[in-house]
Design a protein around this ligand. Structure first.
Ligand SMILES: C[S@@+](CC[C@H](N)C(=O)[O-])C[C@H]1O[C@@H](n2cnc3c(N)ncnc32)[C@H](O)[C@@H]1O
Length: 273
């Protein structure tokens, strides 16, 4: 008789696993506030989250302050529906009223213009040519208020170019726990085309293999900053994470014009309109 016991993977929700592994909306918002305040000496109120997926950052944003409003933009109805059920539904009514979700291409101009435009988790890397990325940056800039910043993240380091490299992190311990796997699948040194996969491995041995996959161009900071300038942004800053004496990340970020060439790094890139 077949064993009918369900595996942990078969019962898992890939978006829940993603949220627990990859996103930290509170920390993102702390960073938006820090970068905006350093530029303009005041706090931002309006946010647009491009490539918002389950719009977890929008939902967190409106919780903090009654003056804050958020616009989430994504093409795909599936993560948007998940976000409505699991993130938006948990908000209070006055918070929900300040979130607006648009199922559309990020390359569309909308009003009102915002203080902070976030395009995170490397999502803009799906634009693979200079022309496409420049076009996106020009439109993004047109969606931003006169005093505003665009916040992105970037990654790099030698390990990121090593095909088959898998970065593993335990997300939840115990019998029902799981591990997050970030796989650098392929990298083409001629075009910089790169494929990445996210898998989740559960403590009963079952797996959600390649639950998410990304086929991107591996952009470098220098290229992206040049394109931002070409798109009309007045300035851009790289924020590098401060390490403690033992080399551990602290969660604190400072502007940097120079940094240690770690084998694998992630940083923020902030463009000033
Ligand atoms: C890597 S996920 C990022 C999700 C979320 N921002 C996060 O940080 O976890 C990329 C998202 O971008 C969306 N997307 C891809 N191309 C898009 C486009 N041209 N316009 C709007 N959304 C797009 C996908 O549907 C997907 O939800």
């Amino acid at each position: 008789m077949a064993n009918k016991k369900k595996t942990l993977a078969s019962k898992a929700d890939k978006y829940k696993c993603y949220l627990a592994s990859v996103q930290s909306p509170e920390h993102e918002i702390d960073f938006f506030n820090q970068a905006f305040k350093e530029e303009f000496g005041r706090k931002p109120k309006t946010l647009r989250e491009d490539f918002c997926g389950t719009y977890a950052v929008c939902c967190e944003w409106v919780k903090g302050n009654r003056k804050r409003t958020a616009i989430g933009v994504d093409l795909d109805p599936e993560p948007l529906a998940w976000g409505e059920e699991h993130n938006y539904s948990k908000l209070k009514k006055h918070e929900q009223e300040r979130v607006n979700v648009l199922q559309q291409d990020v390359r569309k101009a909308n009003r009102p213009r915002v203080d902070v435009l976030a395009a995170q988790n490397f999502s803009f890397w799906l634009f693979k040519t200079r022309d496409e990325l420049l076009d996106y940056f020009r439109i993004a800039r047109s969606n931003m208020a006169d005093e505003s910043i665009m916040v992105m993240d970037m990654m790099g380091g030698g390990e990121c170019y090593a095909e088959g490299n898998v970065d593993k992190r335990v997300i939840k311990k115990g019998k029902k726990g799981f591990t997050y796997h970030w796989e650098q699948g392929t990298f083409n040194p001629v075009t910089h085309d790169a494929s990445f996969y996210i898998s989740f491995k559960f403590n009963d041995g079952s797996k959600l293999k390649r639950a998410f996959e990304y086929h991107w161009r591996f952009w470098t900071l220098a290229e992206v900053r040049e394109l931002l300038a070409e798109a009309g942004f007045s300035n851009s800053h790289v924020y590098w994470e401060i390490e403690d004496e033992d080399g551990n990340d602290t969660g604190d970020w400072v502007k940097a014009d120079d940094a240690v060439s770690n084998p694998s790094w992630v940083c923020y890139l902030v463009a000033v309109r």
